[in-house]
Design a protein around this ligand. Structure first.
Ligand code: GCB
Length: 686
């Protein structure tokens, strides 16, 4: 049995380390990024690999566990941007935040805090403090442990329960948790306080900088970053309390395979964890049962004192992507039950149960293709953002459901989680609907390569892979988006990074979205699939849709010739104001977006014929908010859908292409509403 019980002293040490990161120096040295871009070349021999994360199973009810949501209305206090650590010095966590005398703002969780109020909280730099109270029943005190789990706080967080430090974490979009049994008042009211810091530095993932500017009202700190989306912050995803028994199943890992004959194979590994009292409990056996959608047992295994094994599933129902099978996204339920010796001699009692949805499929790749269940894939989809009006990057189930309906309406079969890990709920949705995911870590636009950045970058990938490794929908890990990979410093940095990620890749190929040229990129040589972003007839040759076909096919071929790997275009597109029309097409008009897409389609078809071009991804699924710049009208407008999730003209064209591909590649029938009646003589057909 492997225990990762962590004494409170350790937790405190962890928090202290996070707090130490918040010295003024750490941020203000970034003021002059230009100077730092010419940093020396580093050796990475002494770089520490991240300590593997543990636990963090998605909180699920079972006969041995309870889950409570702490979502709802919290209270927020903002710190002085000139003095972000005041609350730490003055110990604001020791009492209710209203005692600070500062303005209390009602703040929904989950949500970004930026677009909720009507004042400049939107552009706040530094820390904000969240607080709420909650009740814990008396019954939770005995025979179980209580855990506190955050699905994501951006960028970093320190958490206190009833004034005592509970946990801390940095890097947004990733979950963290901690046992809080020793900090709670059972049968009473409890207070949770969270300090959230949105400041980015040269060493955060992603990078950014804080510098001071002189304004009419004095000097103020400003945050700047090169990535093209708003740095929303706050408690972005759900907060849960959950209970486990004193000895419980703390972590699970599954890998699956499917043979040509239809035999499914599931290899699993189970980790147990015990509190001090739980160490006395004797595990007797582990029962692993695979149940199909109707609840029938498809395979099972009973292990005594062994916590890994293999289930064989004859005539398995495979997991298939959307539009590759009539029943896509088939999931089994894999049930883990831990039995222990009960008080009465020789009897066993159920100690813990956890159920994990599992899709059975094989994933493999070679120098030409990516294959699922032995079939070469052609990925057609989007780069996206978790972004919406008012909520910012806050999880919103209505938005999630709408987005998946739109994805399926367009006939897409994949998307990239540009440029950070998306919510766990969206990963579950992708599994259920058969949408394939290129799973990206938050390393967007990194450009100052150095050892501490590398440590954080590795950690972001370790946390991402640990969180998502059991999802059948994940078909590749993306290690970065548009790093400055033409710089000399990128070579050793990425060699080290990719070697590390290979050790933990859990059966997925590695890719990245690259914007350097094939001749100067130092990253692509380490990848399994080469992904590039290119804005032909937008950022280059603006207005010239007659300059796409040649340039694009020549570039894709150059990636292929240099690296000999499968190639994907991860981004192409152009900003488009909904409702703006122009004949002939003019940039920013809906007609221009249609023409630009259509020319790309032609290039993609030419490339598909060459046998190694395996995917096309539009930038972007929907319009999204960015920082304020003169090149963005209310945000980035490259969406096929508006920020409100309504189609631009191009959405109908893209839909026709994606369904045409489904028909051509997987013999799928076309939806009836794909074409409209025109006349007896003109068939608006595919
Ligand atoms: C890119 C970036 C993406 C931007 C996009 C654009 O290359 O990867 O984050 O939003 O270009 O629209 O400029």
């Amino acid at each position: 049995m492997k225990s990762h019980w962590m004494p409170v002293t350790c937790l405190l040490l962890g928090s202290l380390q996070v707090l130490l990161a918040y010295t003024e120096n750490d941020f203000l040295v970034n003021a002059n990024r230009k100077e730092l871009t010419d940093s020396p070349l580093f050796e990475y021999d002494n770089v520490r690999k991240p300590t593997p994360t543990k636990g963090l199973l998605y909180p699920r009810d079972s006969e041995t566990r309870e889950v409570r949501s702490l979502d709802g209305m919290w209270q927020l206090v903002r710190s002085d941007p000139y003095d972000p650590l005041q609350g730490i010095r003055e110990k604001w966590f020791m009492d209710a935040l209203r005692k600070t005398g500062r303005e209390i703002i009602s703040m929904p969780v989950p949500a970004s805090y930026n677009d909720i109020t009507t004042d400049n909280l939107r552009d706040h730099v530094g820390t904000v403090w969240y607080e709420r109270t909650f009740f814990v029943p008396r019954s939770w005190k005995t025979m179980q442990r209580t855990w506190l789990r955050f699905s994501s706080v951006h960028y970093s967080a320190v958490v206190w329960i009833n004034g005592r430090n509970a946990t801390s974490h940095s890097i947004g979009h990733l979950p963290f948790e901690s046992e809080i049994s020793g900090l709670l008042s059972f049968g009473g009211d409890n207070r949770i306080t969270v300090m959230c810091d949105n400041r980015l530095s040269n060493r955060t993932i992603p990078q950014g900088s804080v510098y001071k500017v002189a304004t009419d009202d004095g000097t103020v700190p400003i945050q700047s970053y090169t990535f093209d989306f708003f740095n929303y912050a706050g408690i972005h995803r759900s907060v849960h309390l959950y209970t486990t028994p004193l000895l419980h199943i703390s972590d699970l890992e599954v890998t699956t395979q499917l043979t040509k004959e239809g035999l499914g194979r599931i290899d699993y590994r189970v980790w147990l964890d015990a509190s001090k009292e739980g160490l006395q409990i004797q595990p007797i056996q582990l029962r692993v049962q695979l149940r199909d959608k109707d609840g029938h047992v498809a395979a099972q295994q009973i292990n005594k004192a062994v916590y890994h094994g293999t289930l064989l599933v004859p005539n398995a129902t495979p997991w298939w992507p959307y539009l590759m099978h009539s029943d896509p996204g088939y999931l089994y339920n894999l049930q883990f039950e831990l039995f222990v010796a009960s008080n009465e001699k020789e009897l066993e009692s159920l100690q813990d149960t956890y159920r994990l949805p599992v899709g059975i499929r094989s994933l493999s790749w070679d120098n030409d293709s990516l294959l699922l269940n032995g079939k070469p894939l052609y990925l057609r989809g989007f780069g996206r953002h978790e972004d919406s009006d008012i909520r910012g990057k806050g999880l919103d189930n209505a938005l999630l459901a709408r987005d998946f309906n739109l994805l399926k309406w367009t006939g897409a079969n994949a998307y990239r989680t540009s440029h950070y890990p998306y919510s766990e709920e969206s990963m579950q949705f992708a599994d259920q609907h058969g949408i394939m995911i290129i799973d990206e870590c938050p390393a967007v636009n990194i450009d100052i390569f150095e050892p501490q950045l590398l440590e954080n970058h590795m950690s972001s990938l370790e946390q991402l892979i640990h969180r998502d490794r059991n999802h059948p929908s994940v078909v590749a890990w993306s290690v970065a988006n548009e790093p400055r990979s033409n710089k000399q410093g990128a070579l050793k940095y990425f060699e080290f990074l990719v070697n590390y990620v290979r050790e933990i890749a859990h059966g997925r190929p590695l890719t990245a979205a690259i914007n350097a040229n094939s001749s100067s990129c130092h990253l692509a040589q380490f990848l399994d699939i080469v992904g590039f972003n290119r804005y032909n007839s937008w950022y280059q040759n603006s207005g010239r849709t007659d300059m796409i076909l040649n340039l694009l096919t020549i570039e894709a071929q150059s990636w292929r010739d240099r690296f000999g790997k499968p190639v994907i275009q991860f981004e192409y597109g152009g900003d488009t104001m909904e409702g703006m029309h122009s004949l002939p097409a003019f940039i920013w008009s809906e007609e221009y977006q249609v023409e630009l897409f259509s020319r790309h389609f032609k290039a993609f078809d030419e490339l598909r014929g060459r046998g190694w071009f395996i995917g096309e991804f539009v930038w972007n699924f929907a319009d999204f908010r960015t920082a304020q710049t003169i090149t963005r009208v209310g945000g980035n407008k490259k969406g096929v859908f508006t920020r409100n999730r309504q189609p631009k003209e191009v959405a109908h064209i893209l839909r026709r292409r994606y369904f045409a591909l489904a028909k051509e590649l997987d013999m799928f029938g076309l939806p009836e509403d794909l074409t409209v009646y025109i006349s007896k003589h003109i068939h608006n057909e595919l």
